[in-house]
Design a protein around this ligand. Structure first.
Ligand SMILES: Cc1cc2nc3c(=O)[nH]c(=O)nc-3n(C[C@H](O)[C@H](O)[C@H](O)COP(=O)(O)OP(=O)(O)OC[C@H]3O[C@@H](n4cnc5c(N)ncnc54)[C@H](O)[C@@H]3O)c2cc1C
Length: 439
């Protein structure tokens, strides 16, 4: 049987792979889009927010199509610092987010991924789903020339293999560009989709029509571990979840589903999901290593995109847009290399430069010290102690009694300083935190 040969084989039809396949197929390259799922997104999960800008960059006009699969456009974003039975909150709502062009939407991967991969198929990519890439094929010089799959006679050959198989990238490991992630480079997130009537959601979150709200929360809900929770409104359901560092989970022995159960019981969250019915439960890893954990991005016959290369900006809840941007840049580089008749490792290295010079690289570099900062903190002190003290401070600040305000304020400051580890502690923490999010 003749060997099947393509310009590119893309492994993984998530946002990164679909974007790469779309870009190359649109330019007339022969492309296979491979995914192990029955269809793209069949088993994929995320918190739930996608962003307009990168989608429009990839497929201009697509976010205004009737078939664009979204739940609500996001008009309000809140951050909650939770004590065991309290919250200190900040947030932002703007009418400008309530009209075209929207900024962000809530959605489900089971709808979004097939839609995006469908665009690649319409552009001419050949979909091969329910098929696992089991390994890389190399020639004698070591150049990657294709992939083995779990189908009989299923080897696929190509000029370039685009590795976009997500956070547990077995192909990247096989290639040796990265190792198994350390437990302090990845978090494990668990999520439930909780069904509620549309009117109930709109009343509880003060929403009109298709407006949507996001809430990110941290503090008591992560039970002394480094973690972040999320609650997003869909049309007739709520996506609720929490992610904590794998290293902390291993240390604590807490089971992920127990963590989510305690989130659901928190007094500030309980009332928002009251009467809801759990429709789905899922779990997934999130890469949290940022810039310093990013592997080499291109080599002889291969490029690597999205989560497989640790491209998640966890400080800003951005992953799908980085994945799509890197997939697009990989696709553009391969199209150019093909046009120039030079698919060497040097030519593909242009992809790495592109990513590192784009917002993807710059944003991941900006937060490069964040993993180190978080690892250097005692999560119990940070997430329970300090956030708990902040909640106590707010409680006392808002409590009206006959005590002189000056005395109350002095005590509040003393307690906060103590919770931060002494007089210099608060300043040190603020300074190190500031540095961690600023390169
Ligand atoms: C809990 C959670 C919440 C998140 N919230 C958000 C959010 O709100 N907004 C946001 O922008 N980002 C969010 N992210 C991050 C975002 O989901 C990822 O950054 C993004 O999905 C990465 O896309 P990707 O295409 O690189 O990988 P993936 O989406 O993981 O896609 C990889 C694909 O490869 C396939 N695959 C894997 N191995 C093989 C193989 N061997 N053979 C064939 N196919 C294979 C998989 O089936 C999958 O379809 C969140 C992530 C998690 C886990």
């Amino acid at each position: 049987m003749a060997k099947e040969h393509f310009d590119a084989v893309v492994v993984g039809a998530g946002p990164a792979g679909a974007a790469a396949a779309y870009t190359m197929a649109k330019a007339g390259l022969s492309v296979v889009l491979l995914d192990r799922g029955e269809f793209p997104g069949a088993k994929n999960m995320f918190g739930g927010i996608i962003y307009r800008h990168e989608l429009e960059e990839l497929i201009p006009g697509c976010t205004q199509e009737r078939t664009f699969p979204v739940e609500r456009h996001i008009t309000e974003q809140r951050y909650w610092l939770l004590g065991p039975e309290s919250v200190v909150s900040i947030g932002h709502k703007h009418e400008r987010f309530n009209s075209e062009p929207y900024n962000a939407w809530s959605t489900f991967r089971v709808k979004f991924d097939p839609w995006l991969a469908g665009k690649a198929e319409e552009a001419g990519a050949l979909p091969i789903y329910q098929t696992v890439a089991t390994g890389l094929i190399r020639d004698r010089s070591g150049r990657v020339i294709g992939v083995h799959t779990d189908r009989e006679d299923g080897d696929l050959y190509a000029d370039v293999v685009v590795i976009a198989d997500g956070v547990n990238s077995l192909l990247a490991e096989e290639l040796g560009v990265h190792r198994t992630w350390r437990p302090d480079e990845v978090s494990l997130a668990v999520k439930e989709v909780i069904a509620l009537p549309r009117e109930t959601i709109e009343e509880r979150f003060n929403l009109e029509g298709r407006e949507g709200t996001t809430i990110e929360f941290l503090g008591a809900t992560s039970q002394g571990m480094t973690g972040l929770g999320f609650l997003y409104t869909n049309r007739e359901s709520i996506s609720l979840g929490i992610g904590v560092m794998v290293s902390d989970l291993m240390r604590s022995g807490v089971k992920p589903y127990e963590l989510l159960e305690s989130v659901k019981a928190h007094p500030m969250i309980r009332r928002l999901i009251k009467g809801g019915e759990t429709k789905e439960y899922s779990a997934h890893m999130i890469p949290e290593g940022a810039w310093r954990s990013m592997p080499k991005l291109a080599g002889d016959g291969w490029v690597i995109c999205g989560d497989a290369a640790q491209m998640v900006n966890f400080v800003h809840r951005e992953g799908t847009n980085l994945a799509m941007a890197s997939g697009r840049m990989a696709g553009e580089t391969i199209v150019e290399a093909k046009a120039n008749g030079d698919l060497s490792a040097q030519a593909l290295a242009a992809y790495e430069r592109r990513v590192r010079e784009s917002f993807v690289g710059k944003d991941l570099k900006k937060i490069q010290r964040m993993p180190e900062f978080l690892a250097s903190q005692d999560p119990k002190q940070l997430f329970d102690g300090l956030i708990g003290a902040l909640n106590e401070a707010a409680f006392r600040f808002f409590t009206v009694d006959s005590r002189p305000k000056a005395q109350t304020h002095k005590e509040i400051m003393q307690d906060l300083i103590q919770a931060a580890g002494g007089p210099g502690g608060l300043l040190r923490l603020a300074w190190r935190g500031w540095r961690a999010i600023n390169g």
